[in-house]
Design a binder for this molecule. Structure first.
Ligand code: ADP
Ligand code: MG
Length: 491
């Protein structure tokens, strides 16, 4: 008997994590499924796990956020690794901004061929020439990973601006913890479905940044998009700031900011009508060309950047999140990388997949060749954020053929991470969709540092987000309509 059991254990060890969980999610009757969906709706409406629907003329209706029917099984070791290295990644990106000359030299390469990066960089230069009066810079970051077929985490990208779904991710983990507390739907959660503390921690990060500004009566400015469908995720942080710390916030679009705010006492920022001082400018907008429809928005961005308020993030920190920077950091030979970055990068090197430039450097020439002859293994990315911009696999050669060659260096070529198929169901507007799914884990981090002295005043892990999409869709944006919010079911 002992021998048989030992054999089974050995057999079990040979199976991959996912093969050992082939029976997930549990098989429930249509009636039980309908009951579960109903519970999801009611919990979501009761707890603000909601989004504004597309067709909402007078802003008076919400829908439950798209979520998975069950939390998605996730290898515990991979999860812990992603959490454990977040402070290291925060530190790496802080160091990237502190090595300003080096960062600028990387940005200059893409600014010349990518209009949007060029505009951000030009704006940074204008502010720098006028003089930067606030040495402190804040960051609410998110490092995104997919679990590769070898069960290790591989980084998709590192986001330094407008990271979203912190609050809704906390709520989704609480939803699944509640639904699976008693096993009536076939699984029992408990510690295996940990609650993501992102909602509290992101608010706490913003509060610490506000405290460092030095005027406790000041308010936080959220720079938002007009008609933001994901405003509840943002509002949740605003409400936390008020409830936990008595700290108030304002919401303005980039178009409104310069109109409604003014400088006083040098470059301190305040509202024109009530003279409320702004301590922190927190961007939930401004990351894509669509946020700058005219020169007004660019002027407004420069105006905010020139102010004495602490920016989350500064233009330079936003630019540090360029895909080009990730490509350079991921280079195995670390050629030209500042000395102080080499050690920390070594410690996360295993999280990188190969990324190539498409310029005329040695690596770029390999990249060009791979893009044209082995495109099935790659995704081509421009210097953009926000989803829907990438070119996949066989579409790459055709895309490059139509792109003037002098623009190629504005893109990076990234090896595709190969996730193993997991089955789950997605509930969107009450409808259930079943299929093979792919999940992306995002780990949040909060940071504050002094750009003059290099001193780091805050560097913490701030919870996580799991986003899941049906396998057939290449992109996973939740607001964009491809994916949904999920919780980890650790195994
Ligand atoms: P964005 O800044 O637009 O969010 P990302 O780099 O996150 O750009 O890419 C968007 C999506 O494309 C990711 O969420 C993921 O689903 C998919 N993706 C990106 N890079 C890879 C990769 N190397 N392997 C597999 N999928 C990827
Ligand atoms: Mg992304």
């Amino acid at each position: 008997m002992k021998i048989i059991r030992r054999r089974l254990e050995l057999l079990d060890l040979d199976l991959s994590f996912y093969q050992r969980h082939m029976t997930f999610p549990p098989d429930i009757s249509p009636q039980e499924e309908a009951e579960l969906v109903h519970e999801i709706k009611e919990w979501s409406f009761s707890n603000g796990l909601v989004m504004v629907p597309v067709d909402n003329g007078n802003w008076s209706r919400v829908v439950h956020a798209p979520v998975t029917l069950y939390p998605t099984i996730f290898p515990k070791i991979a999860f812990q690794r992603a959490i454990n290295i977040q402070e290291l990644y925060n530190r790496i990106y802080i160091s990237v901004t502190l090595n300003t000359d080096w960062l600028v030299s990387q940005l200059e390469k893409v600014s010349a061929v990518d209009d949007f990066t060029g505009k951000l960089y030009e704006s940074y230069n204008k502010v720098k020439q006028a003089g930067i009066t606030q040495p402190l810079t804040g960051g609410l970051f998110r490092s995104d990973y997919i679990v590769h077929e070898d069960e290790t985490i591989k980084q998709v990208e590192f986001n330094t601006v407008s990271v979203s779904f912190g609050a809704l991710s906390s709520r989704t983990s609480r939803l699944h913890r509640f639904l699976h507390s008693d096993g009536r739907f076939g699984i029992t959660g408990g510690e295996d479905i940990p609650e993501s503390p992102a909602e509290h921690h992101l608010a706490s990060g913003l509060h610490k940044i506000h405290e460092a500004y030095g005027n406790k009566d000041a308010v936080v400015l959220f720079v938002v998009q007009p008609k933001e469908r994901n405003s509840i995720d943002q509002r949740a942080i605003e409400y936390q700031l008020f409830e936990e710390y008595g700290l108030r916030s304002l919401r303005l679009t980039l178009t409104e900011a310069q109109e409604k705010l003014e400088f006083f006492d040098g470059t301190k920022l305040r509202t024109k009508n009530k003279h409320e001082e702004i301590s922190v400018v927190y961007y939930r907008s401004g990351y894509g060309p669509g946020d700058y429809p005219s020169d007004t928005e660019w002027a407004s961005r420069i105006f905010l950047e020139q102010s004495h308020a602490i920016k989350v993030p500064s233009l330079l920190t936003q630019l540090a999140g360029a895909k080009k920077v990730q490509q350079v950091l991921a280079q195995k030979d670390k050629a030209g990388i500042p000395e102080d970055l080499k050690g920390p990068i070594d410690l996360v090197q295993d999280t990188f997949v190969p990324i190539y430039p498409l310029d005329d450097s040695e690596a770029g020439l390999i990249g060009r060749k791979e893009a044209l002859t082995n495109s099935q293994y790659y995704v081509l990315k421009p210097q953009r954020e926000g989803g829907g911009n990438n070119i996949y696999r066989e579409d790459i050669p055709k895309f490059l053929e139509e792109l003037p060659e002098d623009k190629w260096s504005g893109y990076i070529l990234m090896r595709l991470i190969n996730p193993v198929d997991v089955t789950n169901k997605i509930v969107r507007d009450g409808e259930v969709y079943t299929g093979q799914v792919v999940s992306e884990l995002g780990v949040f981090g909060s940071a504050l540092w002094n750009t003059n002295t290099g001193k780091v005043l805050l560097n913490t892990n701030s919870g996580w987000l799991l986003r899941t999409k049906l396998r057939e869709s290449d992109e996973g944006g939740v607001a964009a309509g491809f994916g949904c919010i999920d919780a980890v079911y650790l195994q």
